[in-house]
Design a protein around this ligand. Structure first.
Ligand code: AVJ
Ligand code: FE
Length: 439
């Protein structure tokens, strides 16, 4: 889309807001009131909290901060402030019931669309290129991903359905297991991506030695070999904190897996099925990913290694938006946007391949990296320090690339996600790396 034409930019923004709301409706209209107000896991909010929080953030950023309007219901603001009440407390709050939460979000949206028509899309940092509108579309989609994780944790019959992802392409079995990324500098982060969030900025040069990276994410089949080899019972593969966690939490397989005789089964959105060997492993913690990599004689890639593989174009020397180039993600490039409810088999999406030969860097599964979540040199918190600045530090690990549950608007080669190394309800897998010998 031509973002320099204000009419087209308005249309693009309205379409992104609409597509986020359609997804929110799809995740909430299928459940009755008890299911929306229940807490399906202490890790998650009741879905009705996400619903009103989406509307409340939209009101705060677009109607109040951009539009200068007065608060619609100031008394509910503290209920939907994520920092005021941890997730575990949210079910006991006097939350808006589902019908009222929906009505509130709908009213906010009506006023936002009026504001969008009237508002210039330049002249102030929040307005430039429609940034605040883009931030809010991304925010709703991020909560939709969280709500999808809540669906996965929910007990009970299936309520969501989607067609399966494309089968592995014909060349998948012939690909090398790993690709070489030659030594040299590349540009990490961005100054030009219009809706990039603060932690993706600024662009800066990073020089890396040569390394090998898995062509595709680690599969269930490969992960089963780690389990079968006693990987969970051998402290050599685990960091001390990882071993302690594995012991206290009684880890023995990815979340949602169970054993039936000599077969592994997995629960997925209300159904149970055999674990598909060729699909990227999902729902593993950073500690498990790190232990697997050590068992395999390898390591997790750093965040910079992941981004260089995904963005660096050796032909031009420039960093691109996506592994395949600068074009917005289409269904041929990547498994994004909840079109499917699972990752595609490993080595899929040849049209989305990076110049180095790696596949599925974008979409399918979030990829744990070795890196702590830290600011780039020259980082400036904007427009609010609670988006990322308050989370910087060694207690969070960075994930890259997005999963099947991530919308294209909230996904790009520079996008950074983060979570605690123990978390596995998120749609996370990983790939491994190693130094080039002799480098
Ligand atoms: C970027 C996914 C870690 O869900 O905690 C949503 C995104 N920030 N509302 C989260 C977010 C505020 C955030 N993550
Ligand atoms: Fe939020």
């Amino acid at each position: 889309a031509d973002r320099t034409d204000p009419a087209l930019l308005r249309e693009l923004i309205a379409a992104e807001l609409e597509s986020a709301r359609a997804r929110t409706a799809g995740l909430t209209d299928c459940l009755d009131e008890p299911d929306l107000t229940a807490q399906h896991s202490p890790l998650m909010s009741p879905l009705v909290w996400d619903l009103a929080h989406i509307g409340n953030q939209e009101e705060l950023w677009l109607l109040r901060n951009v539009g200068g309007r007065d608060p619609m219901h100031p008394e509910i603001d503290p209920l939907y402030d994520a920092f005021e009440h941890p997730r575990a407390e949210r079910p006991s709050l006097p939350l808006l019931p589902p019908a009222e939460a929906r009505r509130y979000a709908h009213e906010v949206r009506g006023r936002v669309l009026d504001l969008l028509e009237a508002s210039p899309l330049e002249g102030a940092p929040l307005l430039d290129a429609g940034f605040a509108f883009g931030m809010i579309a991304q925010h709703e989609q991020q909560h939709d991903e969280t709500m999808l994780a809540t669906h996965q944790l929910r007990a009970g019959a299936a309520v969501l359905a989607a067609p399966p992802p494309p089968a592995a392409p014909a060349d998948a079995t012939g690909l090398p297991a790993e690709v070489l990324v030659p030594a040299g500098p590349f540009t990490m982060g961005t100054d030009t991506e219009p809706w990039a969030l603060d932690n993706e900025r600024p662009a800066h040069r990073v020089d890396l030695p040569a390394y090998w990276l898995d062509t595709a994410p680690v599969t269930n089949g490969a992960y089963q070999a780690f389990i079968a080899d006693g990987g969970y019972d051998d402290p050599r593969w685990w960091t001390p904190q990882g071993w302690e966690h594995r012991t206290n939490a009684g880890l023995g397989a990815p979340l949602f897996w169970s054993r039936d005789g000599d077969q592994w089964l997995r629960r997925r959105f209300g159904g149970t099925e055999p674990v598909p060997a060729d699909e990227p492993v999902l729902h593993v913690s950073w500690y498990e990913a790190d232990a697997y990599a050590r068992w395999a004689g390898r390591r997790l890639p750093t965040e910079a290694e992941w981004e260089k593989a995904a963005r660096h174009d050796p032909a031009s020397g420039r960093s691109r938006r996506f592994p395949w180039g600068d074009a917005a993600p289409g269904p041929e490039h990547a498994n994004l946007g909840q079109r499917h409810l699972q990752p595609a088999p490993a080595s899929g999406y040849p049209a989305g391949q990076a110049p180095c030969g790696a596949r599925q860097l974008i979409g399918d599964v979030w990829e744990w990296t070795a890196s702590d979540f830290l600011p780039y040199p020259g980082f400036r918190a904007w427009p609010y320090k609670e988006y990322s600045e308050v989370f910087f530090g060694p207690e969070y690990k960075v994930l890259r690339g997005g999963s099947f549950a991530v919308a294209p608007v909230a996904c790009r080669g520079t996008f950074r996600n983060w979570d605690y190394p123990v978390r596995r309800q998120i749609f996370a897998g990983f790939r491994t790396a190693r130094d080039q010998e002799g480098a």
